[in-house]
Design a protein around this ligand. Structure first.
Ligand code: SF4
Length: 253
């Protein structure tokens, strides 16, 4: 196992989201979180992207998904066909976070369903990780950027609260960032993906690793030792081993 030298920003994020100091950053008087047991009043949710959605807003992923489908917090709402929230198990131990939906995802309303999604499914299946039980997939932003451009910082900031809520609700043991945008968008890590991939990080009390985006593997099909596909094979085996280890530790604790 290789432990990365993390930037300070990542270490400072090791606190859970129920940290009172962090929670106070999300105070929003116009909205009462739904932990009262009453159904959420969607009308009261802010469409202002500068007003983060308070942690604990959603009692479950269905509520979150419902709200995302009505979201107008950034301009990507104007050009999307469908909002793309997630696929996979809501009780997954592994959560994969990508960048943004592409054309196939926008059409089907599901993340990672195009060619790169099919490759990702094969990679997961190669180490017996299933979307029915082990894996939950989502993106930094839930709506497709026009022409598949990289989402801009404003869009990532507007959508980030949803992702933080998804992480809290799914509560995965391991988070995988596919590509640099997802890694930087959540952790602030600015190192290139080729430098940091395959290294275990600790982020918000969870094990995390950056891996190559499957689209990058499609552009680099060689399986030779040291090439991206070979490196991905090393990384996914490391993920499988870490998951087995964490599950074993949980059983014996
Ligand atoms: S990308 Fe996110 S914040 Fe922007 S409209 Fe879609 S769901 Fe809302």
């Amino acid at each position: 196992m290789i432990t990365a030298q993390l930037p300070q920003a990542v270490f400072f994020c090791l606190t859970k989201m129920n940290d009172p100091q962090q929670t106070s950053l999300f105070n929003n008087e116009e909205f009462s979180p739904s932990d009262s047991g009453e159904s959420t009043n969607w009308e009261k949710m802010s469409h202002d992207p500068n007003v983060p959605i308070p942690p604990g807003t959603y009692r479950n992923l269905e509520e979150l998904t419902h709200h995302c489908h009505h979201c107008q917090r950034c301009d990507l709402a104007k050009t999307r066909t469908q909002v793309v929230v997630s696929r996979g198990s809501p009780h997954a131990d592994v959560m994969i976070i990508g960048e943004a939906p592409g054309q196939s995802e926008d059409e089907q309303g599901l993340p990672f369903v195009g060619k790169s999604g099919q490759l990702l499914d094969k990679i997961l299946a190669s180490v017996e990780l299933s979307l029915e039980e082990d894996v939950y997939i989502s993106n930094m932003v839930k709506c497709r950027p026009p022409d598949n451009r990289t989402p801009i910082a404003k869009e990532i900031a507007a959508c980030k609260s949803y992702l933080l809520e998804q992480i809290a609700l799914v509560d995965p043991k391991i988070i995988l960032f596919t590509g640099a945008t997802a890694l930087k968008g959540l952790t602030g890590e600015k190192k290139g993906i080729t430098k940091i991939r395959g290294q275990w990080l600790q982020w918000q009390g969870r094990w995390a690793m950056a891996i190559f985006h499957p689209a990058y593997l499609l552009r680099n099909p060689s399986r030779e030792k040291g090439k991206p596909k070979w490196l991905m094979w090393q990384d996914i085996q490391a993920v499988r081993n870490k998951l087995d280890q964490l599950r074993e530790e949980e059983k014996t604790s």
